[in-house]
Ligand binder design. Sequence first.
Ligand code: SAM
Length: 270
Amino acid sequence: MRNIAKKSNTIEILNTYHLNASKKYGQNFLVDPNVIIKIVECAHIDEETVVIEIGPGIGALTEVLAHYAKHVYAFEIDERLKDVLDDTLKECTNVDVIFKDFLKVDLDAFVSQIDSEKVAVVTNTPYYITTDIITRILKSQSKIRSLTAMVQKEVAEKLCRGEKSPVTMMIDYVGSISYEMTVSKNVFIPSPHVDSAVFHIEKERTIPNHLVEIIYGAFKQKRKTILNNMKPFFEEPRKALENCGIDPTLRAQQLSIDDLVKLDQERNKL
Ligand code: SAM
Protein backbone atom coordinates (compact mmCIF):
# COMPACT_ATOMS: atom_id res chain seq x y z
CA MET A 1 0.00 0.00 0.00
CA ARG A 2 1.22 3.49 -0.76
CA ASN A 3 -0.25 5.05 2.38
CA ILE A 4 -1.84 7.81 0.30
CA ALA A 5 -3.53 9.31 3.38
CA LYS A 6 -0.21 10.22 4.97
CA LYS A 7 -0.24 14.01 4.81
CA SER A 8 3.11 14.36 3.02
CA ASN A 9 2.05 11.74 0.43
CA THR A 10 -1.27 13.47 -0.27
CA ILE A 11 0.46 16.82 -0.69
CA GLU A 12 2.99 15.27 -3.04
CA ILE A 13 0.25 13.67 -5.17
CA LEU A 14 -1.78 16.90 -5.32
CA ASN A 15 1.36 18.83 -6.34
CA THR A 16 2.48 16.29 -8.93
CA TYR A 17 -0.88 16.43 -10.69
CA HIS A 18 -1.42 20.20 -10.10
CA LEU A 19 -4.72 19.38 -8.48
CA ASN A 20 -6.81 21.93 -6.64
CA ALA A 21 -9.59 20.46 -4.52
CA SER A 22 -12.91 21.17 -6.23
CA LYS A 23 -15.45 22.95 -4.02
CA LYS A 24 -18.21 22.10 -6.45
CA TYR A 25 -17.64 18.38 -5.87
CA GLY A 26 -17.17 18.70 -2.12
CA GLN A 27 -13.54 17.58 -2.16
CA ASN A 28 -11.86 17.39 1.26
CA PHE A 29 -9.13 14.78 1.23
CA LEU A 30 -8.64 12.77 4.38
CA VAL A 31 -5.02 12.84 5.58
CA ASP A 32 -5.03 10.59 8.64
CA PRO A 33 -4.20 6.90 8.03
CA ASN A 34 -5.55 5.96 11.48
CA VAL A 35 -8.97 7.38 10.70
CA ILE A 36 -8.99 5.46 7.42
CA ILE A 37 -8.26 2.19 9.22
CA LYS A 38 -11.02 2.91 11.73
CA ILE A 39 -13.56 3.61 8.96
CA VAL A 40 -12.69 0.29 7.33
CA GLU A 41 -13.03 -1.48 10.71
CA CYS A 42 -16.47 0.10 11.26
CA ALA A 43 -17.57 -1.27 7.88
CA HIS A 44 -16.79 -4.90 8.94
CA ILE A 45 -15.19 -5.79 5.63
CA ASP A 46 -13.80 -9.24 4.94
CA GLU A 47 -12.48 -11.11 1.92
CA GLU A 48 -16.02 -11.97 0.76
CA THR A 49 -17.22 -8.37 0.86
CA VAL A 50 -17.67 -6.34 -2.29
CA VAL A 51 -17.46 -2.64 -1.54
CA ILE A 52 -19.07 0.22 -3.38
CA GLU A 53 -17.18 3.41 -2.59
CA ILE A 54 -18.65 6.80 -3.44
CA GLY A 55 -16.01 9.42 -4.26
CA PRO A 56 -12.55 7.84 -4.03
CA GLY A 57 -10.80 11.20 -4.53
CA ILE A 58 -7.11 10.35 -4.88
CA GLY A 59 -7.66 6.83 -3.50
CA ALA A 60 -6.74 7.21 0.19
CA LEU A 61 -9.65 5.13 1.51
CA THR A 62 -9.88 2.98 -1.62
CA GLU A 63 -6.43 1.40 -1.27
CA VAL A 64 -7.19 0.28 2.29
CA LEU A 65 -10.66 -1.01 1.35
CA ALA A 66 -9.04 -2.97 -1.49
CA HIS A 67 -6.60 -4.54 0.95
CA TYR A 68 -9.41 -6.10 3.03
CA ALA A 69 -12.23 -6.60 0.50
CA LYS A 70 -12.89 -9.02 -2.33
CA HIS A 71 -13.46 -6.17 -4.77
CA VAL A 72 -14.02 -2.42 -4.74
CA TYR A 73 -16.17 -0.49 -7.22
CA ALA A 74 -15.45 3.21 -6.76
CA PHE A 75 -17.72 5.83 -8.35
CA GLU A 76 -16.03 9.17 -8.99
CA ILE A 77 -17.59 12.18 -10.70
CA ASP A 78 -14.42 14.21 -11.29
CA GLU A 79 -12.69 13.08 -14.48
CA ARG A 80 -9.61 15.16 -13.61
CA LEU A 81 -8.79 12.34 -11.17
CA LYS A 82 -8.39 9.69 -13.90
CA ASP A 83 -4.61 9.92 -14.26
CA VAL A 84 -4.13 10.27 -10.51
CA LEU A 85 -6.15 7.17 -9.67
CA ASP A 86 -4.55 5.16 -12.49
CA ASP A 87 -1.28 5.90 -10.76
CA THR A 88 -2.16 5.73 -7.05
CA LEU A 89 -4.22 2.53 -7.35
CA LYS A 90 -2.11 0.75 -9.96
CA GLU A 91 -1.16 -2.00 -7.52
CA CYS A 92 -4.76 -2.62 -6.47
CA THR A 93 -5.88 -5.23 -8.97
CA ASN A 94 -9.28 -5.67 -7.31
CA VAL A 95 -10.45 -2.07 -7.84
CA ASP A 96 -12.59 -0.68 -10.66
CA VAL A 97 -12.99 3.07 -10.75
CA ILE A 98 -16.13 4.13 -12.59
CA PHE A 99 -16.25 7.77 -13.66
CA LYS A 100 -19.93 8.50 -13.17
CA ASP A 101 -22.15 10.64 -10.98
CA PHE A 102 -23.20 8.13 -8.31
CA LEU A 103 -26.66 9.71 -8.15
CA LYS A 104 -27.25 8.88 -11.83
CA VAL A 105 -26.24 5.22 -11.61
CA ASP A 106 -28.97 2.57 -11.77
CA LEU A 107 -27.88 1.25 -8.39
CA ASP A 108 -30.12 -1.81 -8.15
CA ALA A 109 -29.19 -2.98 -11.66
CA PHE A 110 -25.51 -2.43 -10.83
CA VAL A 111 -25.65 -4.37 -7.56
CA SER A 112 -27.61 -7.24 -9.14
CA GLN A 113 -24.56 -8.20 -11.22
CA ILE A 114 -22.21 -8.26 -8.21
CA ASP A 115 -20.96 -11.75 -7.47
CA SER A 116 -21.26 -11.72 -3.65
CA GLU A 117 -24.01 -11.67 -1.07
CA LYS A 118 -21.98 -9.27 1.08
CA VAL A 119 -22.20 -5.80 -0.43
CA ALA A 120 -21.17 -2.79 1.64
CA VAL A 121 -21.20 0.90 0.75
CA VAL A 122 -18.42 3.02 2.22
CA THR A 123 -17.94 6.73 1.65
CA ASN A 124 -16.30 9.87 2.85
CA THR A 125 -19.34 11.69 1.61
CA PRO A 126 -19.23 14.73 -0.62
CA TYR A 127 -21.26 16.82 1.83
CA TYR A 128 -23.43 18.57 -0.78
CA ILE A 129 -25.19 15.26 -1.54
CA THR A 130 -25.10 13.53 1.87
CA THR A 131 -28.87 13.13 2.20
CA ASP A 132 -29.28 12.00 -1.41
CA ILE A 133 -26.67 9.30 -0.90
CA ILE A 134 -28.18 8.05 2.36
CA THR A 135 -31.72 7.92 0.94
CA ARG A 136 -30.52 6.12 -2.20
CA ILE A 137 -28.95 3.37 -0.09
CA LEU A 138 -31.93 3.13 2.24
CA LYS A 139 -34.46 2.93 -0.62
CA SER A 140 -32.39 0.49 -2.65
CA GLN A 141 -34.11 -2.86 -3.22
CA SER A 142 -30.73 -4.52 -3.73
CA LYS A 143 -28.66 -6.80 -1.47
CA ILE A 144 -26.63 -3.86 -0.06
CA ARG A 145 -26.12 -4.78 3.58
CA SER A 146 -24.58 -1.69 5.10
CA LEU A 147 -23.62 1.93 4.70
CA THR A 148 -20.60 3.33 6.51
CA ALA A 149 -20.32 7.05 5.90
CA MET A 150 -18.36 10.05 7.04
CA VAL A 151 -20.63 13.09 7.11
CA GLN A 152 -20.80 16.43 8.90
CA LYS A 153 -20.85 15.75 12.65
CA GLU A 154 -24.17 17.50 13.11
CA VAL A 155 -25.83 15.30 10.48
CA ALA A 156 -24.51 12.10 12.11
CA GLU A 157 -25.68 13.29 15.53
CA LYS A 158 -29.19 14.06 14.26
CA LEU A 159 -29.48 10.67 12.57
CA CYS A 160 -28.16 8.75 15.56
CA ARG A 161 -30.31 10.65 18.09
CA GLY A 162 -33.23 9.34 16.06
CA GLU A 163 -34.68 12.84 15.57
CA LYS A 164 -37.75 11.94 13.52
CA SER A 165 -37.50 12.55 9.78
CA PRO A 166 -38.23 10.47 6.67
CA VAL A 167 -34.60 9.27 6.76
CA THR A 168 -34.65 8.12 10.40
CA MET A 169 -38.04 6.46 9.84
CA MET A 170 -36.56 4.50 6.95
CA ILE A 171 -33.54 3.55 9.07
CA ASP A 172 -35.89 2.30 11.81
CA TYR A 173 -37.60 0.10 9.24
CA VAL A 174 -34.58 -1.36 7.46
CA GLY A 175 -32.28 -1.92 10.43
CA SER A 176 -30.22 0.18 12.79
CA ILE A 177 -27.66 2.98 12.96
CA SER A 178 -24.66 3.51 15.22
CA TYR A 179 -22.46 6.56 15.81
CA GLU A 180 -18.90 5.35 15.36
CA MET A 181 -16.54 8.27 15.88
CA THR A 182 -15.97 11.99 15.66
CA VAL A 183 -13.30 13.17 13.22
CA SER A 184 -11.60 16.54 13.57
CA LYS A 185 -11.84 18.98 10.67
CA ASN A 186 -8.04 19.31 10.93
CA VAL A 187 -7.38 15.94 9.28
CA PHE A 188 -8.57 17.04 5.84
CA ILE A 189 -6.99 19.00 2.99
CA PRO A 190 -8.53 21.50 2.60
CA SER A 191 -10.01 21.67 6.08
CA PRO A 192 -13.84 21.96 6.06
CA HIS A 193 -15.63 24.44 8.37
CA VAL A 194 -16.95 21.83 10.78
CA ASP A 195 -15.93 18.51 12.31
CA SER A 196 -17.10 15.24 10.79
CA ALA A 197 -18.35 11.94 12.15
CA VAL A 198 -18.69 8.37 10.94
CA PHE A 199 -21.89 6.37 11.26
CA HIS A 200 -22.73 2.81 10.29
CA ILE A 201 -26.13 1.60 9.11
CA GLU A 202 -26.79 -2.13 9.12
CA LYS A 203 -29.53 -3.05 6.62
CA GLU A 204 -31.46 -6.15 7.57
CA ARG A 205 -34.26 -5.79 5.05
CA THR A 206 -35.44 -3.62 2.16
CA ILE A 207 -38.25 -1.12 2.38
CA PRO A 208 -41.24 -1.32 0.00
CA ASN A 209 -41.74 1.73 -2.22
CA HIS A 210 -45.35 2.16 -1.09
CA LEU A 211 -44.17 2.52 2.53
CA VAL A 212 -41.59 5.09 1.44
CA GLU A 213 -44.47 7.07 -0.13
CA ILE A 214 -46.42 7.01 3.14
CA ILE A 215 -43.34 8.11 5.11
CA TYR A 216 -42.65 11.08 2.84
CA GLY A 217 -46.37 11.90 2.74
CA ALA A 218 -46.57 11.95 6.54
CA PHE A 219 -43.74 14.53 6.71
CA LYS A 220 -44.86 16.54 3.67
CA GLN A 221 -46.06 19.49 5.72
CA LYS A 222 -44.27 19.09 9.02
CA ARG A 223 -46.45 21.49 10.98
CA LYS A 224 -49.70 19.91 9.82
CA THR A 225 -51.39 17.00 11.53
CA ILE A 226 -51.13 13.45 10.29
CA LEU A 227 -54.84 13.75 9.41
CA ASN A 228 -54.02 16.54 6.96
CA ASN A 229 -50.98 14.84 5.51
CA MET A 230 -52.84 11.56 4.94
CA LYS A 231 -55.62 13.20 2.88
CA PRO A 232 -53.96 12.42 -0.48
CA PHE A 233 -53.72 8.74 0.48
CA PHE A 234 -57.23 7.94 1.76
CA GLU A 235 -60.77 8.87 0.82
CA GLU A 236 -61.64 8.74 4.51
CA PRO A 237 -58.37 9.61 6.31
CA ARG A 238 -59.99 10.03 9.74
CA LYS A 239 -61.42 6.54 9.56
CA ALA A 240 -58.11 5.10 8.36
CA LEU A 241 -56.30 6.68 11.32
CA GLU A 242 -58.96 5.40 13.69
CA ASN A 243 -58.57 1.86 12.30
CA CYS A 244 -54.85 2.11 12.99
CA GLY A 245 -55.35 3.49 16.50
CA ILE A 246 -53.56 6.75 15.65
CA ASP A 247 -54.62 10.09 17.15
CA PRO A 248 -55.43 12.30 14.09
CA THR A 249 -54.15 15.45 15.83
CA LEU A 250 -50.56 14.15 16.09
CA ARG A 251 -47.72 15.33 13.84
CA ALA A 252 -45.52 12.86 11.93
CA GLN A 253 -42.63 13.54 14.34
CA GLN A 254 -44.77 12.11 17.15
CA LEU A 255 -45.38 8.82 15.37
CA SER A 256 -43.31 5.67 15.21
CA ILE A 257 -42.37 3.64 12.16
CA ASP A 258 -44.88 1.02 13.36
CA ASP A 259 -47.67 3.60 13.08
CA LEU A 260 -46.63 4.35 9.50
CA VAL A 261 -46.44 0.65 8.66
CA LYS A 262 -50.03 0.27 9.95
CA LEU A 263 -51.14 3.16 7.73
CA ASP A 264 -49.38 1.59 4.78
CA GLN A 265 -51.16 -1.71 5.42
CA GLU A 266 -54.49 0.12 5.75
CA ARG A 267 -53.87 1.78 2.40
CA ASN A 268 -53.01 -1.53 0.78
CA LYS A 269 -56.39 -2.93 1.91
CA LEU A 270 -58.14 -0.40 -0.36
N1 SAM B 1 -12.49 9.43 -0.46
C1 SAM B 1 -11.58 10.57 -0.55
C2 SAM B 1 -10.99 10.82 0.82
O1 SAM B 1 -11.54 10.29 1.79
O2 SAM B 1 -10.00 11.53 0.91
C3 SAM B 1 -12.29 11.83 -1.08
C4 SAM B 1 -13.49 12.28 -0.32
S1 SAM B 1 -14.14 13.82 -0.87
C5 SAM B 1 -14.95 14.38 0.61
C6 SAM B 1 -15.57 13.39 -1.85
C7 SAM B 1 -15.29 12.77 -3.22
O3 SAM B 1 -16.55 12.50 -3.86
C8 SAM B 1 -14.52 13.64 -4.19
O4 SAM B 1 -13.52 12.88 -4.82
C9 SAM B 1 -15.56 14.10 -5.22
O5 SAM B 1 -15.04 14.38 -6.49
C10 SAM B 1 -16.49 12.88 -5.23
N2 SAM B 1 -17.87 13.17 -5.67
C11 SAM B 1 -18.58 14.30 -5.50
N3 SAM B 1 -19.81 14.18 -6.01
C12 SAM B 1 -19.89 12.92 -6.52
C13 SAM B 1 -20.92 12.18 -7.19
N4 SAM B 1 -22.12 12.73 -7.43
N5 SAM B 1 -20.66 10.92 -7.59
C14 SAM B 1 -19.44 10.35 -7.35
N6 SAM B 1 -18.43 11.00 -6.72
C15 SAM B 1 -18.65 12.26 -6.30
